[in-house]
Design a binder for this molecule. Structure first.
Ligand code: F6P
Length: 543
């Protein structure tokens, strides 16, 4: 730890913020003189090797970055930026356990959760909980003996989104006689619909909360306990377990089966810890280990690959290029896999809670933009909703396609259609369609009253819209683990370049504080000191 601290201190002095690096100035000149007018179609026409030179492979993830607004000159300057900002040293400081989450004086060691016992920091404690948790999961999965048929995970944010994303993604590996339900919202509709039709004797509740104080989770946990007793449940100690760092609070709630984790695991980085219990319950110990193994393989790639071939570093650099030079404000996630339908929501927390900051580590206001808005939907559904805007809207929004080669189902024809759709969308974004091309089209639905040239303008696609495509052979636990770890490290890289603390989340505090102030006013009706709008709304809501 002393080494980690020394490493961090020397870094703080030596690593410049990205906009103060020499490479930043070079990138700025490059952008202004040529890169702003970069054209993907031309780039492919002049460089037959573009696909080969801009594709990457890491831990079973094949990444095609060739449809991005980059060329070798931009890539070289971005790599210089990473070097100048000491990305590798910052990464090593994180992996060595330095307290890089400075505002909370905490290490950031989610990587230790998926490392072998002997090689990781905290290996003993991590593996003690892991073994206990996996053994517990296997006992519950023996449904004839346990009698459990329903798992209700109660948690929110990082204590919900990871398992809620992973369980459907690994549907092919899930035990069929064990149903998983996720309750996160303090809105009573959420828990009501989850509990409908359940029987206490068949239900196991997992109360997942790093702090065990989160309003939503504690409120739902109490409702669940009341429901359990009111419906004839007798043994709450057998039917309620907890995943938390706050063992004392869990015990006070009446839970004695608790799986702990540590303050060096950030909520949005916690699915590898005890927070992953619903995943282990759904897919079993072996598959959970493989999920960890895939993430570990990506960790190794991140730690060992040179900047030029390091996929998470390249992605983080691309994010900076798009956000700070091209000025793109959002990025859309399009997993062409129904099982990954919650991935956009998961990545929203991962990226936006991590990098949605406007001051640097020293508290200085940043003169540049940080986290883009992350959003998306599973393909092909998104195509029939918002892809119109991606193709013809006034904003350029980089898109990320995720495709699986070998599905877990037998509908080969449907799968080909899915893949063809994904590839076609990326192609359409890049190639576009000129007015000259559009004017020749026969379009049965077009108005015969409209001037063909005007109509062609409506049917023109500007093209040159960037996308990345990630391919995996099959969405196995290992492949999914690698994919998630890739995103985690990418967020670290862009955050480090921006010199922000990607591991705190002070921005959620003010709302919580004001909510606590408002709550008693619903009973008392007291509006003293409130702004006119909030006072007016509160009064209407009380009637
Ligand atoms: O909303 C902020 C937050 O602290 C997230 O970072 C976290 O994942 C979530 O709340 C849940 O917190 P806890 O696991 O402590 O209940």
């Amino acid at each position: 730890m002393a080494i980690a601290r020394a490493l961090l201190e020397s870094l703080m002095i030596a690593a410049p913020r990205c906009d103060r690096a020499d490479a930043w100035k070079i990138l700025k000149t490059l952008f202004e003189t040529s890169a702003a007018r970069f054209d993907l179609r031309e780039a492919f026409a002049v460089d037959a090797r573009r696909f080969d030179s801009l594709t990457f492979e890491a831990a079973g993830v094949f990444a095609d970055l060739s449809k991005n607004l980059i060329d070798q000159r931009v890539m070289a300057a971005l790599a210089d930026l990473a070097r100048e900002c000491r990305i590798e040293q910052r990464r090593d400081a994180m992996l060595a356990g330095a307290a890089i989450n400075a505002t909370e004086n905490r290490a950031v060691l989610h990587v230790a959760l998926r490392a072998p016992r002997e090689s990781a920091l905290h290996g003993e404690e991590v593996h003690e909980v892991l073994e206990r948790m996996l053994a517990f999961a296997e006992r519950v999965r023996d449904t004839r003996a346990s009698g459990i048929r329903h798992i209700v995970n109660i948690g929110i944010g990082g204590s919900d989104l990871g398992p809620q994303m992973v369980v459907p993604a690994l549907d092919a590996y899930c035990q069929r006689d064990l149903a998983l339900h996720f309750v996160s919202n303090v809105d009573g509709h959420d828990i009501d619909s989850a509990l409908r039709g359940l029987k206490p004797v068949e239900t196991l509740f997992v109360i997942a909360s790093k702090t065990f104080t989160t309003q939503e989770t504690m409120s739902n946990a109490r409702i669940a306990r009341d429901w359990f007793v009111a419906n004839g449940g007798t043994d709450t100690r057998r039917h309620f377990v907890a995943a938390t760092t706050n063992i004392k609070a869990a015990a006070e709630f009446g839970i004695d089966t608790t799986f702990g984790f540590w303050d060096w695991v950030g909520g949005r980085y916690s699915l590898w810890s005890a927070i992953g219990l619903p995943i282990a319950l759904a897919v079993g110990a072996q598959n959970f280990r493989e999920l960890l193994g895939g993430a570990q393989a990506m960790d190794r790639h991140f730690r060992e690959s040179p900047i030029e071939r390091n996929l998470p570093i390249q992605l983080g650099l691309l994010d900076v290029w798009y956000r700070n030079f091209h000025g793109f404000t959002s990025r859309s996630i399009a997993p062409y896999h129904q099982g990954l339908r919650r991935l956009p929501a998961y990545l929203q927390q991962l990226e936006m809670e991590s990098n949605g900051k406007r001051v640097d580590i020293d508290g200085q206001l940043l003169p540049f933009a940080t986290s883009p808005v992350i959003w998306g939907e599973a393909g092909t559904n998104g195509q029939h909703a918002y892809f119109q805007m991606l193709h013809q809207g006034s904003d350029v929004i980089p898109v990320e396609f995720i495709l699986e080669r070998d599905p877990a189902h037998v509908h080969a024809d449907a799968h080909r259609k899915l893949l063809a759709n994904g590839l076609a969308q990326a192609q359409a974004l890049m190639l576009g369609r000129s007015a000259a091309e559009a004017i020749g089209d026969t379009v049965p639905t077009a108005s015969p009253l409209m001037d063909p040239e005007v109509l062609a303008r409506h049917r023109t696609f500007p093209g040159n819209r960037p996308s990345s495509t990630f391919l995996i052979d099959r969405l196995t636990p290992a492949a999914l683990g690698a994919l998630i770890a890739m995103y985690e490290h990418r967020v670290f890289v862009s955050g480090a370049l921006w010199n922000i603390n990607s591991f705190d989340q002070w921005g959620v505090e003010l709302g919580k504080m004001l909510c606590n102030d408002l709550l008693p006013r619903f009973d008392s009706g007291d509006t003293a000191g409130l702004d006119g709008s909030t006072a007016g709304l509160l009064q209407r809501l009380r009637h």
